[in-house]
Design a protein around this ligand. Structure first.
Ligand SMILES: NC(=O)C1=CN([C@@H]2O[C@H](COP(=O)(O)OP(=O)(O)OC[C@H]3O[C@@H](n4cnc5c(N)ncnc54)[C@H](OP(=O)(O)O)[C@@H]3O)[C@@H](O)[C@H]2O)C=CC1
Ligand SMILES: CC(=O)N[C@@H](CCC(=O)OP(=O)(O)O)C(=O)O
Length: 348
């Protein structure tokens, strides 16, 4: 008889938490047994999120390591960075496998983490053992991992766009640019002035141009793919939408390598169920992936010149967070990679 995986969500009242609950409600082999929130402890989940009435019959609980360790085979950690590194090791020590959605275990080099996150890392030994959870790169290691560091939303969109080009060595290491726009849910559910409707809607603004904390994570992934250090100019924007990331990724081709770019991308992602390489010259919108775990890519080479432009769209809460986390869970427990995730995007 097939067993059901018992799953906990630490930080279940946030945007990634409720997205995990939505996805897992339709998962054939996993059941959420514990969901935590300090502020909503004792409150039925469906009272806070009426969208889950009839699907989730649980109450939020205070975060408690014993309860999570006894009730769960795997815990998704959806708490802020700087918090996760204090809570994850105790679960791992109890034999629970963890997918951490925060940034705390994504950057292998402790000094780089501490420089960008302005925190002393509380669990450096686990930093070394964590597996970076981009399945399109790391599937074998993810299968065996105790701790998976789920990638950030911008890093997912940007890395998938550049990986085939770097792995094949067809672009210059100079002048790589990622110009990316994110929906407001990327900023989390906590009240923040710049995310108020009257601030974020009907306007768009760049931020973090001098250095966003996702830059070292993206450069780490791109450098691993290239086999040498890669630098990037990364400009994130807050866009007037709720979900979605649209990343325009620019690079200069080396020599005459451009002719087979479409074939290169199709071959690279031929075995990746959640990466869709669209017909050459397509313009995918964020709506084409909304609510789904897909990344859609479109390769352009304007006027047949040296410039290559790869458009990459994801839903920040799904392929950029909760969906990718479930994809990682599926790999860790030998389940079909698409389990719980094989639903089409929402249109409109
Ligand atoms: N939003 C997005 O698109 C993405 C987010 N992420 C990352 O995923 C994580 C969760 O993000 P998101 O859901 O947006 O964040 P939210 O701010 O929406 O939710 C945070 C959750 O963590 C809980 N929490 C906060 N502080 C603590 C604490 N000290 N101890 C225990 N629980 C705590 C909150 O509940 P309570 O305060 O009631 O305990 C809440 O459930 C973050 O690390 C984020 O950076 C990653 C990729 C994309
Ligand atoms: C629009 C917005 O504010 N986006 C967030 C990034 C999203 C996120 O949660 O990043 P981590 O996964 O690394 O935590 C930001 O720029 O900080």
């Amino acid at each position: 008889m097939e067993t059901t995986l018992r799953v906990g969500i630490l930080g279940g009242s946030g945007y990634t938490g409720v997205e995990l609950l939505r996805i897992l409600a339709g998962h054939p082999r996993a059941e959420v047994t514990v969901v935590t929130s300090r502020q909503a402890a004792g409150q039925p989940v469906a009272d806070m999120f009426p969208s889950l009435r009839g699907w989730v019959d649980l109450e939020f609980e205070e975060p408690d390591t014993d309860r999570l360790a006894e009730g769960c085979d795997l815990v998704f950690c959806g708490v802020p960075h700087g918090v996760a590194m204090h809570q994850v090791p105790a679960l791992l020590d109890r034999g629970v496998r963890v997918v951490d959605l925060s940034a705390d275990f994504r950057i292998a080099d402790r000094a780089v983490y501490e420089e960008w996150y302005k925190e002393t890392h509380a669990a450096p030994a686990w930093l070394e053992r964590a597996v970076y959870g981009l399945p399109e790169v790391n599937t074998p290691a993810i299968r065996d991992a105790a701790l998976v560091a789920n990638p950030g939303c911008y890093p997912t969109a940007v890395q998938l766009a550049f990986l085939p080009l770097l792995e094949a060595g067809v672009i210059s290491r100079e002048g790589m640019i990622a110009d990316a726009k994110s929906g407001a849910s990327g900023g989390g559910r906590e009240a923040k002035t710049h995310l108020l409707l009257a601030e974020a809607s009907d306007s768009m603004s760049a931020y973090g141009v001098a250095g966003h904390r996702h830059l070292p994570e993206i450069e780490q992934g791109l450098s691993r793919a290239a086999g040498e250090s890669v630098a990037l100019t990364f400009v994130p924007h807050l866009a007037p939408m709720i979900r979605g990331i649209h990343a325009d990724c620019y690079a200069l081709l080396d020599g005459e390598a451009g002719a087979g770019l479409q074939d290169l991308f199709e071959a690279r992602f031929g075995g990746s169920p959640f990466v869709d390489v669209m017909p050459e010259g397509s313009h995918p919108g964020t709506r084409s992936v909304r609510g789904s775990n897909f990344c859609r890519l479109a390769v352009h080479r304007p006027r047949g010149g040296r410039q290559v432009v790869v458009l990459s769209v994801i839903d920040n809460l799904v392929k950029g967070a909760a969906g990718q986390a479930v994809q990682n869970m599926n790999l860790m427990f030998g389940l079909p990679e698409e389990a719980g995730l094989d639903t089409p995007p929402m249109q409109p």
